[in-house]
Design a protein around this ligand. Structure first.
Ligand SMILES: [Zn+2]
Length: 142
């Protein structure tokens, strides 16, 4: 749907406000699809239940927020994918916005961990974003 935007949000390359504005510009079906796409990325990045608290604090959600509660409660050992799927099923607009924020936060936490494991030696396109201001590019003393 918009993988570049979603990954840039998770990596902090774009302000979350921009992501929220984009999310709110979508219709109901589009929001649902955006949540599903984020949920899939989080699952691929191996987000865990332990990441929820850190994710919530990164995106400014309180522990009692519905999305946070939904993501952190469930029958253990329910797979995280199942937990996160519940976030995509929230319908009230304010809960959907919270779910979007939380999934961005989870992708941020989980992908940061994955990126450390990659160590720059990987084929994940989003780990190699174009760097327009790369200071060490081109001729000159290193
Ligand atoms: Zn990578």
């Amino acid at each position: 749907m918009n993988p570049a935007l979603l990954n840039e949000l998770a990596q902090g390359l774009r302000p979350l406000d921009q992501g929220m504005a984009w999310f709110e510009s979508l219709n109901q079906d589009g929001r649902h699809r955006a949540l599903i796409e984020l949920q899939e990325y989080c699952t691929q990045a191996r987000a865990t239940a332990d990441d929820v608290a850190e994710a919530a604090s990164r995106v400014g959600l309180k522990p009692g927020n519905t999305a946070v509660v939904v993501a952190s409660t469930g029958r253990i050992p329910e797979p995280m994918a199942v937990q996160l799927r519940k976030l995509t099923e929230l319908r009230p607009p304010d809960q959907q916005r919270s779910a979007f924020r939380l999934l961005v936060g989870l992708l941020s936490v989980a992908d940061e961990r994955r990126r450390r494991r990659c160590g720059g030696d990987c084929t994940h396109w989003w780990h190699h974003p174009p760097t327009p201001h790369a200071p060490n590019d081109g001729p000159g003393p290193a």
